[in-house]
Design a protein around this ligand. Structure first.
Ligand code: PAF
Length: 294
């Protein structure tokens, strides 16, 4: 895999913000529009669908590949996160070609200089629930890296997967608060054949566990049917009971929340759309998913 600043037949991979700025400046001078998909690598079909969406809306695609240390509150998770930029670049090239695609794969130093720390962000309360409550500092890290990337790349459009539904809402809020002229678009969750939501973390599961993890989607479907005829509390209790009977899957949380405010709901109402959010662990791997309930 060619790494550098050429575009004969290989994909353009840049490792420094200065090189990326120069490259983007020349593209923008030519009138190109920029679609941006931020990733932490270990690319799968879900990421590729985000990239395809970006390419359908703009003339140039920028993909960042960076395992952002400040959004991990668990050192073990950070260390075990899969990293292989050459493989990721080959996947993009094979599936999407190399024309009008640029990868930014920086080092930690290029992004953070010598101060690897997150800024503090508030997102009108969206950060205080679910992933924000269970992973302290996570959305400060996400805000820090995305503010950096958005200001560097200045994309017209940026696409985020709905698997991380809370992140998507937070990114919309971030862009609004920072008054950045970027359109943030959500894209539907991509699933494996057993309906497990695609995630780079799935790579860490054994074959058997990966099969078993299809239970997470099944439990969301069961929650959806249960919710049609039972209360919020009854549905939550039902799901907790389902997981208590599982030998190899542990439930971290199951919450029914308002899709817009992400606030937990205690009773049904016609005035809002409810969504179920779940995190479960299999073989020590933390898996996340969600589903619209009504
Ligand atoms: O969703 C992710 O992979 C990350 O949170 C993101 C948006 C690339 C920021 O590091």
């Amino acid at each position: 895999m060619f790494v550098g600043y050429s575009e004969f037949s290989m994909i353009t991979i840049l490792h420094t913000k200065d090189d990326l700025s120069k490259h983007l400046k020349s593209l923008k001078n030519k009138g190109e529009t920029i679609g941006f998909v931020p990733t932490m690598g270990a690319l799968h079909a879900g990421h590729l669908s985000l990239m395809e969406e970006a390419m359908s809306l703009t003339t140039t695609l920028v993909v960042s590949i960076f395992v952002n240390p400040t959004q991990f509150n668990n050192q073990n998770d950070l260390e075990k996160y899969p990293r292989d930029v050459s493989k990721d670049a080959s996947i993009i090239q094979e599936r999407l070609g190399s024309k009008n695609i640029c990868i930014y794969a920086p080092t930690v130093e290029d992004v953070y200089d010598d101060e690897v720390s997150a800024k503090k962000y508030t997102y009108d309360g969206l950060e205080n629930v679910m992933e924000g409550a269970n992973r302290p500092g996570h959305f400060d890290g996400v805000g820090t890296i995305l503010e950096f990337l958005f200001k560097l790349i200045k994309p017209d459009v940026s696409i985020f997967g709905e698997k991380d539904f809370q992140q998507l809402q937070i990114v919309k809020k971030l862009v609004k608060k920072l008054k950045l002229p970027i359109k943030i678009k959500g894209a539907a969750i991509h699933r494996e054949p057993n309906m497990l939501a695609m995630s780079s973390r799935n790579e860490r599961l054994s074959k058997a566990a990966r099969m078993q993890a299809g239970f997470i989607f099944k439990s969301l479907e069961l929650a959806k049917s249960h919710f049609k005829v039972h209360s919020v509390l009854q549905t939550e209790k039902y799901i907790e009971k389902l997981y208590a009977a599982q030998k190899d899957i542990t439930l971290e949380y199951f919450t029914i929340a308002d899709e817009k405010t992400l606030k937990t709901v205690t009773r049904k109402s016609k005035d809002r759309t409810c969504r179920a959010f779940i995190v479960a662990h299999i073989e020590g791997v933390r898996l996340i998913d969600n589903m619209k309930l009504d």
